[in-house]
Design a protein around this ligand. Structure first.
Ligand code: MN3
Length: 250
C-alpha cells in the first residue's frame, strides 16, 4: 500500500474555487502552486485559464495513452476554458446591452454551466492521477477511514465507483464526493458536465467517461478504461481535497 508523502500532497491539493488552508499538521497551503480556479490565475481572455498538466503526456501509460492525454488536455480541456471565458463575456455584454438582449440570458447561462463545470472537473481529473498510482489509500488516512465507514470496504467502494462510471448514460463523469451536510461520501454521476450533481458536495475523485477520454486506446470498451483508471489514482491528492473540505468524521 502506497504511503502518502508530503511531496505528493504539496503538488496536488486544490479545490473548486481556489485554495483553502488544510487543517492541523498538513497546513502548508501557502507552498502549493496556483491551479485552475485559484484567484488571479485568469488571463486577458477572462477569469479562467488552462492549468498545466502535473506530469508528462506519457506518464500514465499503459493505462491512459499519451495521445489521449495530449488531445484531452490541450484541445478538449482548453476548449472548455475558452468557452467558459466566452460565456462570462457574453453575460457581461447582455447586461450592458439591455433591452432585447436579455432574451439571450438563458443560453449564456447554460453555456457557463456546461463549460465552467467542464473546466473545473477536468482540472480535478488531471490532479487526481499520477504515474504508478492506484492501490488503496492508507487505512489511517481520512479518505481511507471514510471509505471504510461509508462503503464498508475499499473493495465495495471500488465496485460501486466503477459501476457508476460504467453506467453513465452517454457522456459524463463518475464522482466520489464529500457531502458536508451529512458529512459523508457519495458516488455521484454527472451527465455531460453539469447535470445530476448535488449542490455543495465537494468532488474528490472524478473519472471522465466521455468517449474522448478513452476511445483511442479502448474504443467502445469503457469498462476496460474504468478498470485501468484505478491504477493511476493519486490518493494523496484525494486525501488533500478531503482535508481541504474540512471533513468531519472518523
Ligand atoms: Mn473530458
Amino acid at each position: 500500500m502506497a504511503k502518502i508523502s508530503r511531496r505528493d500532497v504539496l503538488g496536488s491539493a486544490a479545490l473548486l474555487g481556489g485554495w483553502l488552508t488544510l487543517p492541523g499538521e498538513t497546513a502548508f497551503a501557502q507552498e502549493r502552486p496556483p491551479t485552475a480556479g485559484a484567484p488571479g490565475t485568469g488571463t486577458s481572455d477572462g477569469p479562467y485559464s488552462l492549468p498545466p498538466l502535473p506530469y508528462d503526456y506519457a506518464d500514465l501509460e499503459p493505462h491512459i495513452d499519451a495521445q489521449t492525454i495530449k488531445l484531452h488536455h490541450d484541445v478538449h480541456h482548453a476548449g472548455y476554458v475558452r468557452n467558459a471565458n466566452k460565456a462570462v463575456k457574453a453575460l457581461e455584454d447582455i447586461r450592458r446591452a439591455g433591452g432585447e438582449a436579455i432574451k439571450r440570458i438563458r443560453a449564456a447561462t447554460d453555456a457557463l454551466s456546461f463549460n465552467l463545470s467542464g473546466h473545473l472537473l477536468h482540472s480535478i481529473y488531471w490532479d487526481n492521477l499520477k504515474k504508478d498510482g492506484g492501490g488503496e489509500p492508507p487505512a489511517d488516512s481520512h479518505i481511507g477511514r471514510l471509505i471504510q465507514r461509508d462503503f464498508g470496504s475499499f473493495a465495495a467502494f471500488a465496485g460501486h465507483f466503477q459501476a457508476v462510471a460504467q453506467q453513465v448514460q452517454g457522456s459524463g463523469w463518475g464522482i466520489l464526493a464529500y457531502e458536508p451536510a451529512a458529512q459523508r461520501l457519495f458516488v455521484l454521476q454527472a451527465e455531460k458536465h453539469q447535470n445530476s450533481g448535488v449542490w455543495g458536495a465537494v468532488p474528490l475523485l472524478v473519472i471522465d467517461v466521455w468517449e474522448h477520454a478513452y476511445y483511442l486506446r479502448y474504443q467502445n470498451k469503457r469498462s476496460s478504461y474504468v478498470k485501468a483508471f484505478m491504477n493511476v489514482i493519486n490518493w494523496a491528492n484525494v486525501e488533500a481535497r478531503l482535508q481541504a473540505a474540512n471533513v468531519v468524521g472518523p
